[in-house]
Design a protein around this ligand. Structure first.
Ligand SMILES: *[C@@H]1O[C@H](CO)[C@@H](O)[C@H](O)[C@H]1NC(C)=O
Ligand SMILES: *[C@@H]1O[C@H](CO)[C@@H](O)[C@H](O)[C@H]1NC(C)=O
Length: 251
């Protein structure tokens, strides 16, 4: 069965900023030729995540925690999830507690491999939904929240190097994500336009079956995380010279 889905995040409003000319204090410099590079780089990426929490206004980067997303539009046909949905005024909290588990950089291509853990995340917003999840027809609009716990995310980022103003930068061209979660709680208010017995029993059913629910939402959530990460990574790395992070870049 073919599964078609589209996730559109309507702009985080990132703009062009003036890049860092000197190394900011949240950047730790590593040598890729160092046998302990992975340890150094894990620490460096952790410092970067810590700085991203409150945001970096000097390069026009909004806070990562809480993260405000004006709109997420989801269209997915066939399969166990068949959804036409929009999430508006989305607030994602929890990325500020991201724990970096592993960071590796390919010594030839400079592609990044990063593994992180987000202990608790909460996604809140206003949903408008018409579709099926686990073959249950769902219709409604209202407030909703989702709380995935112990999320581990494997991130592979394709990068290219380029020169600007005499500095070398990383151009993050693609981000591929795989994730696992240890639990999921959720509530959608006003399901079935407020028939409260149906709303409560359906929410209870979705929570009791969180594993298949989460599996069926995987393509949507994967794409959403990829879209957020690529916007943030591009904004950081177009503004942060690569040699501030890896001093011994190949010429
Ligand atoms: C979180 O998940 C990882 C692997 O997915 C597991 O090894 C770890 O024990 C879990 N931690 C908690 C606190 O549940
Ligand atoms: C980054 O890579 C993309 C895709 O290959 C390309 O279209 C874009 O021009 C590159 N940007 C810079 C600044 O090199």
């Amino acid at each position: 069965m073919q599964c078609i889905f589209i996730v559109t995040i309507i702009s985080l409003h990132l703009t062009t900023a003036d890049h860092y000319k000197t190394k900011p204090n949240f950047v730790k410099t590593c040598q890729i030729s160092d046998p302990d590079f992975d340890d150094c780089s894990k620490e460096a990426v952790q410092l970067l995540f810590n700085a991203l929490g409150p945001g970096l206004p000097e390069i026009d980067l909004p806070p990562l925690d809480p993260l405000n997303i004006p709109k997420i539009r989801i269209l997915q046909g066939d399969g166990p999830v068949n959804v036409n949905a929009a999430l508006d005024d989305v607030i994602v909290s929890g990325f500020g507690k991201t724990e970096v588990l592993l960071s590796q950089v390919d010594s030839k291509s400079y592609d990044f491999y990063t593994k992180v853990r987000v202990p608790k995340m909460r996604i809140e917003g206003t949903y408008d939904l018409k579709g099926k999840i686990l073959l249950i027809p769902l219709v409604g609009r209202g407030r909703c929240w989702f709380e995935p716990s112990n999320m581990t995310i494997d991130i592979v980022s394709d990068v290219k190097l380029y020169k600007k103003d005499g500095f070398t930068f990383f151009n993050v061209t693609n981000v591929h994500v795989k994730y696992n979660i240890g639990g999921l709680k959720l509530y959608m208010h006003n399901l079935f336009d407020g028939i409260s017995s149906l709303e409560e029993s359906t929410n209870a059913y979705l929570n009791a079956n969180w594993r298949p629910v989460s599996d069926s939402l995987r393509p949507i959530l994967t794409k959403t995380i990829e879209n957020i990460l690529i916007e943030f990574m591009q904004q950081i790395f177009h503004n942060l010279p690569a040699s501030f992070m890896i001093e011994d870049l190949k010429k």
